[in-house]
Design a protein around this ligand. Structure first.
Ligand code: IPE
Ligand code: IPE
Ligand code: MG
Length: 241
Protein backbone atom coordinates (compact mmCIF):
# COMPACT_ATOMS: atom_id res chain seq x y z
CA UNK A 1 0.00 0.00 0.00
CA UNK A 2 1.38 3.46 -0.82
CA UNK A 3 2.47 5.18 2.37
CA UNK A 4 1.54 8.58 0.92
CA UNK A 5 -2.14 7.87 1.54
CA UNK A 6 -2.85 10.26 4.41
CA UNK A 7 -5.78 8.30 5.82
CA UNK A 8 -3.54 5.23 6.23
CA UNK A 9 -1.33 7.14 8.60
CA UNK A 10 -4.08 8.68 10.65
CA UNK A 11 -4.39 7.22 14.13
CA UNK A 12 -7.44 5.02 14.31
CA UNK A 13 -7.98 5.86 17.97
CA UNK A 14 -7.09 9.16 19.62
CA UNK A 15 -7.53 9.66 23.35
CA UNK A 16 -7.50 13.15 24.86
CA UNK A 17 -6.88 14.32 28.41
CA UNK A 18 -8.79 17.60 28.24
CA UNK A 19 -6.93 19.66 30.82
CA UNK A 20 -6.63 23.35 31.63
CA UNK A 21 -10.24 24.55 31.96
CA UNK A 22 -9.63 25.96 35.43
CA UNK A 23 -6.52 27.89 34.44
CA UNK A 24 -8.26 29.20 31.34
CA UNK A 25 -11.07 30.60 33.50
CA UNK A 26 -8.66 31.97 36.11
CA UNK A 27 -6.74 33.88 33.44
CA UNK A 28 -10.03 35.62 32.63
CA UNK A 29 -10.93 36.29 36.26
CA UNK A 30 -13.89 33.92 36.00
CA UNK A 31 -14.99 30.93 38.11
CA UNK A 32 -13.65 27.49 37.23
CA UNK A 33 -17.04 26.37 35.99
CA UNK A 34 -16.91 29.03 33.28
CA UNK A 35 -13.82 27.21 31.99
CA UNK A 36 -15.60 23.86 32.07
CA UNK A 37 -18.47 25.30 30.04
CA UNK A 38 -16.03 26.66 27.45
CA UNK A 39 -14.29 23.28 27.44
CA UNK A 40 -17.52 21.40 26.80
CA UNK A 41 -18.17 23.53 23.71
CA UNK A 42 -14.79 22.46 22.29
CA UNK A 43 -15.70 18.80 22.43
CA UNK A 44 -18.26 19.04 19.60
CA UNK A 45 -15.79 20.79 17.32
CA UNK A 46 -13.18 18.09 17.82
CA UNK A 47 -15.66 15.21 17.46
CA UNK A 48 -16.99 16.65 14.23
CA UNK A 49 -13.48 17.07 12.81
CA UNK A 50 -12.77 13.34 13.19
CA UNK A 51 -14.30 11.92 9.97
CA UNK A 52 -12.29 14.26 7.71
CA UNK A 53 -9.12 13.55 9.65
CA UNK A 54 -9.56 9.78 9.41
CA UNK A 55 -10.02 9.27 13.16
CA UNK A 56 -12.58 6.54 13.84
CA UNK A 57 -12.33 6.41 17.63
CA UNK A 58 -12.06 9.39 19.94
CA UNK A 59 -11.93 8.94 23.70
CA UNK A 60 -12.07 11.94 26.01
CA UNK A 61 -11.30 12.17 29.71
CA UNK A 62 -14.14 14.16 31.27
CA UNK A 63 -13.96 13.25 34.98
CA UNK A 64 -11.49 11.08 36.84
CA UNK A 65 -11.97 8.89 39.90
CA UNK A 66 -9.71 11.42 41.65
CA UNK A 67 -11.75 14.48 40.64
CA UNK A 68 -14.18 13.87 43.54
CA UNK A 69 -11.47 15.52 45.67
CA UNK A 70 -12.49 18.90 44.25
CA UNK A 71 -14.93 21.20 46.06
CA UNK A 72 -18.50 20.04 46.22
CA UNK A 73 -19.52 23.11 44.22
CA UNK A 74 -17.16 22.23 41.36
CA UNK A 75 -18.11 18.55 41.36
CA UNK A 76 -21.85 19.26 41.29
CA UNK A 77 -21.32 21.96 38.66
CA UNK A 78 -19.51 19.43 36.49
CA UNK A 79 -22.24 16.81 36.98
CA UNK A 80 -24.87 19.36 35.94
CA UNK A 81 -22.76 20.21 32.92
CA UNK A 82 -22.55 16.53 31.89
CA UNK A 83 -26.33 16.17 32.18
CA UNK A 84 -26.93 19.32 30.14
CA UNK A 85 -24.36 18.31 27.56
CA UNK A 86 -26.07 14.97 26.95
CA UNK A 87 -29.54 16.52 26.72
CA UNK A 88 -28.39 19.34 24.46
CA UNK A 89 -26.12 17.33 22.15
CA UNK A 90 -27.97 14.01 21.81
CA UNK A 91 -29.81 14.82 18.58
CA UNK A 92 -26.80 16.46 16.99
CA UNK A 93 -24.56 13.49 17.81
CA UNK A 94 -27.17 11.15 16.40
CA UNK A 95 -27.49 13.19 13.22
CA UNK A 96 -23.71 13.44 12.79
CA UNK A 97 -23.33 9.65 12.88
CA UNK A 98 -21.53 9.58 16.23
CA UNK A 99 -21.79 6.50 18.40
CA UNK A 100 -21.34 7.41 22.04
CA UNK A 101 -20.06 5.11 24.76
CA UNK A 102 -19.17 5.81 28.37
CA UNK A 103 -16.39 4.20 30.36
CA UNK A 104 -15.79 4.44 34.10
CA UNK A 105 -17.59 3.33 37.23
CA UNK A 106 -21.27 4.32 37.06
CA UNK A 107 -22.05 3.20 40.61
CA UNK A 108 -21.03 6.49 42.20
CA UNK A 109 -22.89 8.64 39.66
CA UNK A 110 -26.39 10.06 40.12
CA UNK A 111 -28.92 7.57 38.69
CA UNK A 112 -30.50 10.39 36.65
CA UNK A 113 -27.18 10.98 34.93
CA UNK A 114 -26.62 7.25 34.44
CA UNK A 115 -30.04 7.00 32.78
CA UNK A 116 -29.11 9.78 30.34
CA UNK A 117 -25.81 8.01 29.61
CA UNK A 118 -27.54 4.66 28.99
CA UNK A 119 -30.14 6.30 26.76
CA UNK A 120 -27.53 8.14 24.70
CA UNK A 121 -25.60 4.89 24.22
CA UNK A 122 -28.72 3.10 23.00
CA UNK A 123 -29.87 6.00 20.82
CA UNK A 124 -26.55 6.25 19.00
CA UNK A 125 -25.72 2.53 18.91
CA UNK A 126 -26.58 2.16 15.19
CA UNK A 127 -24.06 4.92 14.26
CA UNK A 128 -20.54 4.19 13.08
CA UNK A 129 -19.06 7.37 11.55
CA UNK A 130 -17.17 8.27 14.73
CA UNK A 131 -16.95 6.32 17.97
CA UNK A 132 -16.90 8.81 20.82
CA UNK A 133 -16.09 7.40 24.23
CA UNK A 134 -16.52 9.63 27.25
CA UNK A 135 -14.55 8.64 30.34
CA UNK A 136 -16.66 9.70 33.31
CA UNK A 137 -15.70 8.70 36.84
CA UNK A 138 -12.92 6.82 35.11
CA UNK A 139 -9.57 5.77 36.54
CA UNK A 140 -7.20 3.27 34.92
CA UNK A 141 -6.41 1.55 38.21
CA UNK A 142 -10.08 1.47 39.17
CA UNK A 143 -10.96 -0.06 35.80
CA UNK A 144 -8.31 -2.79 36.11
CA UNK A 145 -9.39 -3.43 39.71
CA UNK A 146 -13.06 -3.79 38.75
CA UNK A 147 -12.11 -6.04 35.83
CA UNK A 148 -9.97 -8.23 38.08
CA UNK A 149 -12.81 -8.51 40.59
CA UNK A 150 -15.21 -9.71 37.88
CA UNK A 151 -12.60 -12.11 36.56
CA UNK A 152 -12.02 -13.53 40.05
CA UNK A 153 -15.77 -14.03 40.43
CA UNK A 154 -15.87 -15.98 37.17
CA UNK A 155 -12.95 -18.12 38.30
CA UNK A 156 -14.67 -18.77 41.65
CA UNK A 157 -17.87 -19.71 39.83
CA UNK A 158 -15.94 -22.16 37.65
CA UNK A 159 -16.66 -20.18 34.46
CA UNK A 160 -13.05 -19.19 33.83
CA UNK A 161 -9.92 -21.36 33.92
CA UNK A 162 -7.18 -19.35 35.74
CA UNK A 163 -4.51 -21.04 33.59
CA UNK A 164 -6.20 -19.63 30.49
CA UNK A 165 -5.99 -16.03 31.66
CA UNK A 166 -3.78 -13.93 29.39
CA UNK A 167 -3.63 -10.26 28.34
CA UNK A 168 -6.49 -10.82 25.90
CA UNK A 169 -8.65 -12.19 28.71
CA UNK A 170 -8.08 -9.16 30.89
CA UNK A 171 -8.79 -6.82 27.95
CA UNK A 172 -12.18 -8.46 27.57
CA UNK A 173 -13.07 -7.57 31.18
CA UNK A 174 -12.17 -3.89 30.83
CA UNK A 175 -14.68 -1.09 30.18
CA UNK A 176 -12.93 -0.60 26.83
CA UNK A 177 -13.55 -4.18 25.67
CA UNK A 178 -15.15 -3.04 22.40
CA UNK A 179 -12.49 -0.44 21.55
CA UNK A 180 -9.11 -0.73 19.87
CA UNK A 181 -6.11 0.49 21.91
CA UNK A 182 -5.38 4.21 21.52
CA UNK A 183 -2.69 5.01 18.95
CA UNK A 184 -2.22 8.55 20.18
CA UNK A 185 -2.84 10.19 23.56
CA UNK A 186 -2.97 13.98 23.65
CA UNK A 187 -2.86 16.02 26.85
CA UNK A 188 -3.48 19.75 26.80
CA UNK A 189 -2.39 22.38 29.37
CA UNK A 190 1.33 21.64 29.61
CA UNK A 191 1.22 18.89 32.24
CA UNK A 192 3.30 15.87 31.18
CA UNK A 193 1.51 13.12 33.08
CA UNK A 194 -1.28 10.69 32.36
CA UNK A 195 -3.26 11.04 35.61
CA UNK A 196 -4.58 7.47 35.62
CA UNK A 197 -5.98 7.52 32.07
CA UNK A 198 -6.15 4.29 30.00
CA UNK A 199 -3.11 2.78 31.74
CA UNK A 200 -3.42 -0.71 30.28
CA UNK A 201 -4.61 0.36 26.84
CA UNK A 202 -1.93 3.00 26.21
CA UNK A 203 1.05 0.66 26.63
CA UNK A 204 2.18 1.44 23.07
CA UNK A 205 0.41 4.71 22.40
CA UNK A 206 2.28 7.73 21.15
CA UNK A 207 2.00 10.72 23.49
CA UNK A 208 1.63 14.40 22.67
CA UNK A 209 1.77 16.93 25.49
CA UNK A 210 0.87 20.42 24.36
CA UNK A 211 0.74 23.75 26.19
CA UNK A 212 -2.64 24.88 24.82
CA UNK A 213 -5.37 24.99 27.47
CA UNK A 214 -8.33 22.80 26.53
CA UNK A 215 -10.84 25.65 25.85
CA UNK A 216 -8.33 27.03 23.30
CA UNK A 217 -7.87 23.71 21.50
CA UNK A 218 -9.13 23.86 17.91
CA UNK A 219 -9.73 21.50 15.01
CA UNK A 220 -6.71 23.12 13.26
CA UNK A 221 -4.47 22.33 16.22
CA UNK A 222 -5.85 18.80 16.24
CA UNK A 223 -5.06 18.39 12.52
CA UNK A 224 -1.49 19.61 13.12
CA UNK A 225 -0.94 17.04 15.85
CA UNK A 226 -2.30 14.27 13.64
CA UNK A 227 0.06 15.30 10.84
CA UNK A 228 2.92 15.00 13.33
CA UNK A 229 1.71 11.56 14.34
CA UNK A 230 1.87 10.46 10.69
CA UNK A 231 5.61 11.20 10.70
CA UNK A 232 6.37 9.11 13.76
CA UNK A 233 7.91 5.67 13.48
CA UNK A 234 6.19 3.12 15.68
CA UNK A 235 8.20 0.00 16.43
CA UNK A 236 6.29 -1.91 19.11
CA UNK A 237 9.56 -3.36 20.37
CA UNK A 238 10.68 -4.69 17.03
CA UNK A 239 13.57 -3.59 14.80
CA UNK A 240 12.26 -2.19 11.55
CA UNK A 241 14.10 -3.29 8.41
C1 IPE B 1 -9.85 19.62 33.11
O1 IPE B 1 -9.57 20.91 33.51
C2 IPE B 1 -11.28 19.23 33.33
C3 IPE B 1 -11.49 18.30 34.44
C4 IPE B 1 -10.57 17.71 35.14
C5 IPE B 1 -12.88 18.02 34.79
P1 IPE B 1 -9.14 21.26 34.99
O2 IPE B 1 -10.35 21.55 35.79
O3 IPE B 1 -8.28 20.19 35.55
O4 IPE B 1 -8.31 22.59 34.76
P2 IPE B 1 -6.96 23.01 35.48
O5 IPE B 1 -6.00 21.87 35.33
O6 IPE B 1 -7.30 23.26 36.92
O7 IPE B 1 -6.53 24.24 34.77
C1 IPE C 1 -7.07 14.74 34.47
O1 IPE C 1 -6.91 16.08 34.79
C2 IPE C 1 -8.51 14.36 34.49
C3 IPE C 1 -9.33 14.94 33.43
C4 IPE C 1 -8.91 15.66 32.42
C5 IPE C 1 -10.73 14.62 33.51
P1 IPE C 1 -6.62 16.57 36.28
O2 IPE C 1 -6.50 18.04 36.22
O3 IPE C 1 -7.63 16.01 37.20
O4 IPE C 1 -5.23 15.87 36.60
P2 IPE C 1 -4.08 16.29 37.62
O5 IPE C 1 -4.73 16.50 38.96
O6 IPE C 1 -3.47 17.55 37.11
O7 IPE C 1 -3.11 15.16 37.58
MG1 MG D 1 -6.30 19.87 35.58
Amino acid sequence: MPSTDRSRKAPEHVAIIMDGNGRWAKARGRPRLFGHQAGARRVSEIVEACPDLGVRYLTIFAFSTENWKRTQAEVSGLMTLFRRYIIKEAQRLLYKGVRVRFIGDRDRLDPKLVKLMDDLESLTAPNDQVNLTIALNYGGRDEVTRATRRMARDVAAGDLDPEAVDAETLSRYLDTRTLPDPDLVIRTSGEARISNFLLWQSAYAEYEFIDTLWPDFTAEKFAEILAGFGRRERRFGAVLV
